[in-house]
Ligand binder design. Structure first.
Ligand code: F6R
Length: 350
């Protein structure tokens, strides 16, 4: 049996993403049409998501899609209200979507089950059609990422983003949504080709103990997900803030000893980071920026995203260099991002 190289599973799964997206685009159409038709028939007035960890970041991304694209109010459920406090909220006219790679965490299953009993239409978005969450929900969408073996979720995250994007695109009757996504796999490959550069960039943060990630709008979930990947694989304390929230107090922690990762893609979210970037630099922070040419030039380093990508699709691309950065940083710090200390692939919370 050959020795496993630390981080090799995560590296392989990061690299697989463009092919996963091709598969989702090629194979998910009929399932998405059916689920969209069932949702339309119920005409929900409100959308709720329930998820944990990386899947919670995918749910937050979808919250932007629903609020902006669908024009419906949307929220994230706190599972303990139902699992711990025994709440049985009135969920008539609600579409409740559980997002989970494994579909195995008992709190998500309980929430989806109670929601169905309380009048909600329930949908599970998972990477395992045979999972308890898929069974508990009335509708299911398979994100088709293929088995994910590294503990740190990567390909399942962007497969969730793409599946949720395509679903909301159908619900908005936006026929061009899927067309726009067709360009993603080739653009993803271009970004993944920067692996060697990101390995070098990671060395700058080798001894960092804390770090802040920030972005706004559709990219805010990217900042959250980058922070989560850095924490679970590199064991550094990484906090994520919306660019607006950062200015309301947390900015005080930023100084020359605190690296900041900024995501500032083309669009409304990136534009609103324009005022934040110089403020971070004035405080002497090292600013690694993933975004437009202009935004990267305003930082101390970073990576320019391909142009011409509609803002709602940008999160699929933004996270790729940050996944690579997290993996390289973890390995440089002596860790194994495939099997971070104290974590298992399926986390069961109640
Ligand atoms: C992060 C990670 C965890 C999971 C979380 C939810 O890389 O693996 O944060 O995302 O435990 O797991 P699922 O999606 O299986 O419900």
């Amino acid at each position: 049996v050959s020795e496993r190289v630390p981080g090799e599973l995560m590296a392989a799964e990061i690299a697989e993403q463009p092919d996963v997206w091709r598969r989702v685009l090629a194979e998910s159409g009929a399932e998405l049409d059916e689920v969209a038709a069932r949702i339309r028939a119920r005409a929900p007035r409100f959308v709720l998501f329930v998820a944990r960890g990386t899947s919670d970041n995918a749910a937050l991304y979808a919250k932007y899609l629903v609020e902006i694209g669908l024009g419906l109010p949307c929220g994230l459920v706190s599972p303990s209200t139902m699992t711990g406090y025994g709440a049985v909220p009135d969920l008539r006219d609600v579409l409740l979507i559980g997002v989970s790679q494994s579909g195995g965490s008992p709190d998500l299953v309980h929430t989806v089950r109670v929601a169905g009993q309380q009048g909600a239409l329930t949908l599970a978005v998972t990477n395992d059609p045979g999972s308890p969450l898929a069974a508990a929900a009335q509708l299911h969408l398979d994100v088709r990422a293929g088995v994910e073996r590294a503990v740190a979720a990567t390909k399942s995250y962007t497969a969730q983003l793409l599946t949720l994007y395509l679903l909301v695109g159908r619900l908005c009757d936006n026929g061009s949504a899927a067309e726009a996504a067709a360009a993603l796999p080739a653009l993803g490959e271009r970004l993944l080709a920067e692996d060697t550069r990101l390995a070098a960039e990671a060395m700058r943060y080798r001894f960092a103990q804390r770090l802040v990630c920030t972005a706004r709008g559709y990219s805010y979930p990217t900042a959250n997900e980058a922070a989560l990947k850095l924490m679970e694989t590199g064991y550094l304390s990484a906090q994520s803030f919306s660019g607006a929230d950062l200015m309301h107090g947390p900015l005080a922690v930023v100084d020359a000893a605190l690296p900041v990762i900024v995501v500032a893609a083309a669009g409304v979210g990136g534009d609103s980071m324009r005022a934040v970037l110089p403020t971070l630099r004035e405080r002497g922070a090292d600013v690694f920026c993933v975004g437009t040419e202009e935004a990267v030039a305003a930082g101390t380093g970073g990576l320019v995203l391909p142009g011409g990508v509609p803002e709602p699709l940008s999160p699929l691309l933004e996270i790729l260099p940050l996944q690579l950065l997290a993996r390289h940083l973890a390995v440089a710090r002596g860790g194994d991002p495939d099997a971070p200390r104290g974590l298992r692939k399926v986390t069961e919370t109640t």
